[in-house]
Design a protein around this ligand. Structure first.
Ligand code: SIN
Length: 491
């Protein structure tokens, strides 16, 4: 590993099941590679059905006592977890950078972002209030309680290896659920380090179990089949989300699916162009463009099109691409060869359909490594509507820009997508703000703002971007069901 940790024990490389760190029973392992170099940073268990089942057994046993633990006590443990995450932010950031590639400052920023969810849900744990319902007849008392749904299976992605774990596991624990978790095979080390700190914070044995595997389907299939698993929370691709929804229907599990996005970013001609460029830089190039809420289709009104392109190109051309360890780096490597191949395919398809490359448009550092996973931040102008990059998430540092003439036309273009996660628009016309917010088909809207996510806000999409919300008061309800109690004979 290229980074030295202050606490070396945070580099955990085993499963954590029923309070014990353990290898896969089969002894199988697989490497976790640094995406910048392709060099393995650790060897982790390639778990199978045996570990998937053991995790559910542990979670089922622990549920009995965890659900009965007073909310304030659960909150204290989760708050301690938050404090430990913040106290070890630098080490955790280094672990993220080693396996995911994002620049260290950004990785440490992700830790603070992750911790904000843990802290939020520690506080929300004590506020899972129910209702007292005025009875429609005499002699009755009616109420509604919130109860934990049961065992939660959390399946998390590689792009935010800490934040996605935090915003799924913290509310589950706060609600009184127990958890079985499978992080992405690309980035299990961050998840394991977080679990290590959860153990240190006093999360009891069996309440949080983590199973590492490169055979996701094998583990997920066990959890899908087991009726004791009452909820699946997943962030990842739409095809996998649909598969989980389909397969979990046999046991009617509750689902939260945070799936693909294909966010439009609209700049109207009355917008503050400096602010719009700034907002686009933040939203588009965060995590090298490997973010579900990244703008993937940028529409700029004709009157300001040329000026906007000029300002944006200057900013994008100045971005520094490099390894996570270099403090100057703003964009790291892409996660793997498949990711970079998709970016190349999208750029060449757009160019074939008439797009102009204003900056970028190629891999970097191929002289140092033929399979380099670094891609130059790119601006594509005059991108035709039929281009692949406007229909599928590129998940890379590519800003494809298309001009438009009228508000009506751009709303039609923005909504012409099966996805509906985030949308952004810039305007200074207050009437337009309300019209456009109402018209956009999505779960999250940024109005004159490029940085949207926050622990207090509901994050999630509509249409093929999935359902369920993470963060906010709604994020806790996702892990609870309502029990209605009607007591009669009181008159
Ligand atoms: C994601 O890309 O799935 C999450 C992005 C965010 O939390 O802002």
């Amino acid at each position: 590993m290229s980074f030295e940790l202050q606490r070396k024990e945070l580099m955990a490389t085993q499963n954590f099941i029923s309070g014990a760190w353990q290898n896969a029973q089969s002894g199988a392992t697989f490497p976790v590679n640094n995406p910048a170099t392709g060099v393995p940073v650790a060897q982790v268990p390639n778990s199978d059905e045996t570990e998937a089942k053991a995790a559910v057994e542990a979670a089922a046993q622990a549920f009995v006592t965890w659900r009965a633990t007073p909310a304030k006590q659960r909150a204290t443990i989760i708050k301690r977890w938050n404090d430990l995450i913040m106290a070890n932010a630098e080490d955790l950031g280094k672990i993220i950078s080693s396996e995911q590639g994002k620049p260290l400052a950004e990785a440490i920023g992700e830790i603070a972002y992750a911790a904000s969810y843990v802290e939020w849900f520690a506080e929300e744990a004590t506020r899972a209030n129910g209702d007292i319902i005025p009875a429609p007849v005499r002699g009755r008392k009616m109420s509604a309680y919130k109860e934990p749904v049961g065992i939660v299976a959390a399946i998390t992605p590689w792009n935010f290896p800490a934040a996605m774990i935090a915003r799924k596991i913290a509310p589950a624990l706060a609600a009184g659920c127990t958890v079985v978790c499978k992080p992405a095979a690309e980035t299990p080390l961050t998840a394991l380090a977080l679990v290590k700190l959860a153990e240190e914070a006093g999360v009891p044995a069996g309440v949080l179990n983590i199973v590492i595997t490169a055979s996701s389907k094998v583990v997920a299939d066990v959890w899908l089949e087991d009726a004791r698993v009452r909820k699946i929370t997943f962030t990842g691709s739409t095809p996998v989300g649909k598969h989980l929804a389909h397969e979990s229907s046999r046991t009617l599990k509750k689902l939260a699916l945070e799936l693909g996005g294909n966010a439009p970013f609209i700049v109207f001609d009355d917008a503050d162009l400096e602010a719009a460029v700034e907002g686009l830089m933040v939203a588009k190039f965060r995590n090298g463009g490997q973010t579900c809420v990244c703008p993937n289709r940028i529409y700029v009104q004709s009157k300001v099109y040329g000026t906007f392109l000029e300002k944006l190109t200057a900013r994008v051309a100045a971005l520094v691409v490099g390894p996570a360890s270099d403090p100057a780096s703003q964009i790291g490597p892409m996660i793997n060869a498949k990711a970079i191949a998709k970016i190349e395919e999208h750029v060449s398809d757009a160019v074939k359909r008439g797009a102009r490359v204003l900056t970028g448009g190629q891999r970097l550092f191929t002289d140092q490594r033929a399979e380099s996973t670094y891609y130059a931040p790119t601006v594509l102008a005059d991108v035709d509507r039929s281009s692949q990059c406007l229909h599928e998430e590129t998940f890379g540092p590519i800003a494809p820009i298309t001009p438009f003439d009228t508000e009506e036309q751009v709303i039609e273009m923005a909504n012409d997508s099966p996805f509906g996660l985030a949308s952004y628009f810039y305007t200074n016309d207050m009437r337009r703000v309300h019209r456009v917010v109402d018209a956009l088909e999505c779960g999250i809207v940024g109005v004159n703002e490029g940085a949207l996510a926050a622990e207090a806000a509901p994050f999630g999409g509509v249409k093929d971007s999935g359902y369920g919300r993470e963060g906010s008061v709604h994020g806790l309800d996702e892990y609870m069901h309502i029990k209605y109690v009607c007591q009669g004979g009181l008159d």
